[in-house]
Every structure is written in structure tokens, then in C-alpha cells.
Design a protein. Structure first.
Length: 115
């Protein structure tokens, strides 16, 4: 059974940091590119960052470049999103996605940036 389980979301003050984790099971994690998406209220889901099986990284949202870091630990079947200097515009549900011969989605984790 394929599962992607996100964790690490929550309420944080502007300027704060969070680290999201997404732990996978049921497929060969190292064979899949991993992505983080987010969906803010009333907006479409957007691709935030990708990390490929080679370790190559693409940050897709200009506003997070220099603040967010995507990484993966194949030994732990986990992808991370380190988020620094958070602001209100980062408030969203964050989803991880595995992209390979098939695609799989996690259930999402809420990130709220507010004072």
C-alpha cells in the first residue's frame, strides 16, 4: 500500500521557520522524483520545489528562492522542505508528491504564518 505522510506543519509567526517532512512507503522511494506543492485559500495548487533521483533541485516559485530548501534522505524514504523567513503569503496546505512510473500524493499539512 502506497503512503505519503506529511508532518511538520503548524502555526508560526512571521519570520519563523518550519521543516516539513514527507515519509514514503509502498514504493521504491529512490526511483522517484519528489515534489512539494502548496495550495493557499482560494488559489490553485502550485509547484514549490522538486528534487530528482540524481539530487538535482529545481525551486519553482521565485518568492521562496533563498528561503526554502528541499532535500531528501533515501535511507529514510523521506523528503524535507526547510522553510525559513516565513511570511503570510506562505500560508497554505503543503503537499508532497512522488513522480515516477506513477504519481502519488500525500494528504497535506497545514502551514499558517500569523502573528
Amino acid at each position: 500500500q502506497v503512503q505519503l505522510v506529511e508532518s511538520g506543519g503548524g502555526l508560526v509567526q512571521p519570520g519563523g521557520s518550519l521543516r516539513l517532512s514527507c515519509t514514503a512507503s509502498g514504493f521504491i522511494f529512490s526511483n522517484y522524483a519528489m515534489r512539494w506543492y502548496r495550495q493557499a485559500p482560494g488559489k490553485e495548487r502550485e509547484l514549490v520545489a522538486s528534487i530528482y533521483t540524481t539530487g538535482a533541485i529545481i525551486m519553482n516559485v521565485d518568492s521562496v528562492k533563498g528561503r526554502f530548501i528541499i532535500s531528501r534522505d533515501n535511507a529514510k524514504n523521506t523528503v524535507y522542505l526547510q522553510m525559513n523567513s516565513l511570511n503570510a503569503e506562505d500560508t497554505a496546505v503543503y503537499y508532497c508528491m512522488a513522480l515516477g512510473s506513477e504519481s502519488y500524493w500525500g494528504q497535506g499539512t497545514q502551514v499558517t504564518v500569523s502573528s
